[in-house]
Design a protein around this ligand. Structure first.
Ligand SMILES: C[S@@+](CC[C@H](N)C(=O)[O-])C[C@H]1O[C@@H](n2cnc3c(N)ncnc32)[C@H](O)[C@@H]1O
Length: 239
């Protein structure tokens, strides 16, 4: 069978959904283990950049097990509107235990959300898995209110060649090994392999700008193995 990380289009969409359905029960445990729980800190940092206020509306796309819902809820409060969208039901079943309100099964490239209704959108480790990131960026732009903010966190390739070589080796050995301890070697080979093949931070930033975002900036974390992309929908733009 063709490995997931070499697939594209509809084939990739189906394979990615199958893969996340398979790893949903162990996803949180391995995520915390591999990031040494740092992912909570990175999420809080991303949410801070969104400058949300109590009562605001926020959307988490590719929500998975919902780890962005928790820091988002903390800033928008109980009166804020929060939704998570993911196309993999077993991942959302785990998310439901963290914040059971408004979780929807849906595709990042065709969001089941009206135009211009949310103040901010987050995507965590999601955009790399979407078969058409340009379409996802256009959809995220569409659902944001004028002035709305978007932040995406995902794996990246370090710019420094020495760090890149070391990280590539480590990720290609360590991550599949950890996955194999849970009987999920293929899914955890996907992480380093899809990172190697995915768009550069500059190409992603250009895709956001093409979708209409302004103030687009990137911020490297974990020696450039992780990159945060930020963008804002201009005031006065509805769609
Ligand atoms: C690596 S997980 C990240 C989950 C979560 N955002 C987090 O930060 O832990 C990627 C998620 O993206 C979802 N996903 C991938 N492609 C998608 C698409 N086209 N539409 C909706 N969800 C998608 C998968 O189902 C999976 O739950």
């Amino acid at each position: 069978m063709t490995p997931v990380w070499t697939q594209e289009g509809q084939e990739k969409r189906a394979a990615v959904r199958r893969m996340f359905s398979d790893i949903a029960p162990t996803y949180d445990l391995l995520n915390s283990f591999m990031s040494l729980t740092r992912h909570h800190r990175w999420r809080s940092m991303a949410v801070e950049m969104l400058a949300l206020k109590p009562g605001d509306a926020a959307l988490d796309v590719c929500s998975g097990t919902g780890d962005f819902l928790v820091p988002l809820r903390q800033v928008i409060g109980p009166e804020g509107a929060l939704a998570g969208v993911d196309f993999c039901r077993p991942m959302l079943d785990v998310a439901r235990q963290k914040d059971e309100r408004a979780l929807a099964v849906g595709d990042a490239c065709a969001l089941p959300i009206q135009d211009a209704v949310v103040n901010a959108v987050t995507v965590g480790w999601g955009i790399r898995n979407v078969p058409d990131p340009d379409a996802a960026h256009r959809e995220i732009f569409r659902v944001l209110k004028p002035g709305g903010r978007f932040v995406s966190l995902d794996m990246a390739r370090p710019k420094n060649p020495l760090v890149r070589a070391g990280s590539t080796f480590l990720f290609r050995v360590l991550v599949p090994f950890l996955g194999s301890m849970f009987g999920k070697k293929s899914a955890y080979t996907y992480l380093p392999e899809s990172t190697q093949r995915f768009w550069t931070r500059d190409r992603l930033a250009a895709s956001m700008e093409s979708a209409g975002f302004v103030d687009v900036k990137t911020h490297d974390l974990m020696f450039g193995n992780l990159c945060l992309h930020f963008g804002r929908k201009p005031e006065g733009r509805i769609s």
